[in-house]
Design a protein around this ligand. Structure first.
Ligand code: HEM
Length: 404
């Protein structure tokens, strides 16, 4: 039996408990393998995963079955000119002045409101009571939707992520995703129509008015994009905040360094993205036969790119299994752009459009949390564990601190 065939299966409980030993075996002995249950090739090495993200032959047609039934058609599955126009319609809201002047105050307020619910208590679960809510609250607020609907959005986004990560094709999870598409449309389309009549100073109104080269977004386009935002911007940033605090709490000397010098927050975020990426795998569908790791993968196959493995490829990163915010092979000035050398926001045309929004949320959130909890420490005797195979982060993170 080869070492590769002894690696815990990607759909097994052992893998879910700790995927890194399997990633290591794949990186060394099986850089390309076929997974019968997922009907997909698995690709683990940095060089192969980054090529898959950058080269146009690796299409995103997979999102037609992986996401469209739950979201509708979104920019993730578009390519060429259609994709670049759609991206140009939505991208301005997530960078530069729009982000800094209009949305930073929204981010600061939403973080503060959550922290105010527990700052006097002296204990909190950072995942359950902060990370799970913060990014969704921000998006709902940016879109100008009703604050009292936050809980409904939580339910919808959990169902959408369930659909996307349904590697074992559970029919109930699939049905909940499709139901969400209908519920979200019934909720959002009337609001979009109302915003067209009475525009406000919010992201939804901006999307209604956006125009590039004579192209505008239909009600269905906007609804699908909002649905994508909930999943792409909620689940990911949620996991990133939880993982960043888990990593720092497990490395108290690095936590002390970040607390003393807040300019290290982006470094801690970049290293968290590399070491414990919120999204562990992304799929692609090559349009032609391609060669990966010396073997031919036929056109139309599904290729699962293992970001969690590639970010720990020893060919690319020194002491890849150590969390080290001071590492010199992960430049922070490019870490939140398409020139990043970790793969957690992907690369190329579909590079995460919300990377700078995520960075702003993390900077604001981490700074406010460190200010509110000067002596933050894990609950006595608690050892954090991670949850999730497709997306992954700490299951919970109970901490103690002196109340303020
Ligand atoms: C730490 C946080 C985040 C991570 C790790 C992350 C990760 C990713 C990844 C891996 C992709 C590429 C998917 C692919 O190529 O198939 C992506 C795309 C995307 N992300 Fe993010 N994301 C984060 C935050 C956000 C936020 C805050 C937003 C917006 C609210 C957002 C919106 C999007 C959108 C719209 C796309 C599609 C871009 C396109 O197809 O051109 N993301 N993200």
């Amino acid at each position: 039996m080869t070492r590769a065939s002894q690696a815990p299966d990607i759909l097994s409980p052992e893998f879910a408990a700790n995927p890194y030993p399997s990633y290591h075996i794949m990186l060394e002995d099986a850089p390309l393998s076929w997974h019968e249950g997922m009907q997909s090739y698995l690709v683990s090495r940095y060089e192969d995963v980054s090529r898959a993200f950058k080269e146009a032959v690796y299409t995103t047609d997979n999102y037609g079955w992986q996401l469209e039934p739950a979201h509708g058609r979104t920019i993730l599955q578009m390519s060429g000119r259609e994709h670049s126009i759609r991206r140009a319609l939505v991208a301005p809201a997530f960078r530069g002045n729009e982000l800094d002047q209009k949305f930073r105050p929204v981010i600061e307020r939403n973080s503060r409101e959550l922290i105010d619910t527990f700052r006097a208590q002296g204990s909190v679960d950072l995942v359950e009571d902060y990370a799970r809510h913060f990014p969704i609250n921000v998006i709902v607020d940016m879109l100008g939707l009703d604050q009292s609907d936050h809980e409904r959005f939580q339910v919808w986004y959990t169902a959408i992520i369930g659909f996307l990560s349904n590697l074992s094709q559970d029919p109930e999870v699939a049905a909940a995703g499709v139901r969400t598409r209908e519920e979200l449309a019934a909720y959002l389309i009337p609001i979009i129509q109302e915003r067209r009549e009475n525009p406000g100073d919010d992201l939804l109104s901006a999307l209604c008015a956006a125009e590039v080269d004579g192209t505008t977004m239909s009600d269905e386009d906007i609804k699908a994009f909002c649905s994508l935002l909930l999943a792409a911007g909620g689940e990911t940033t949620d996991k990133a905040i939880g993982s960043l605090f888990k990593n720092l709490l497990e490395h108290p000397e690095q936590l002390a360094a970040v607390r003393a010098d807040r300019s290290l927050v982006p470094k801690a975020f970049a290293e968290t993205l590399r070491y414990t990426p919120p999204v562990h795998m992304i799929m692609r569908q090559p349009a032609e036969d391609i060669e990966i790791a010396g073997r031919t993968v036929p056109a139309g196959s599904t290729v699962t790119c293992l970001i969690g493995a590639a970010n720990r490829d020893p060919r690319r990163f020194a002491h890849a299994d150590s969390f080290d915010i001071f590492r010199d092979d992960l430049p922070t000035d490019t870490a939140f752009s398409a020139a990043a050398n970790h793969l957690s926001f992907a690369l190329g045309r579909h590079f995460c459009v919300g990377a700078l929004l995520a960075k702003t949320e993390i900077e604001v959130g981490v700074n406010q949390l460190l200010d509110a909890m000067p002596d933050l420490r894990l609950e006595d005797g608690f050892t954090p564990t991670e949850k999730g195979v497709f997306t992954r982060g700490p299951a919970s993170l109970p901490v103690r601190f002196t109340p303020s």
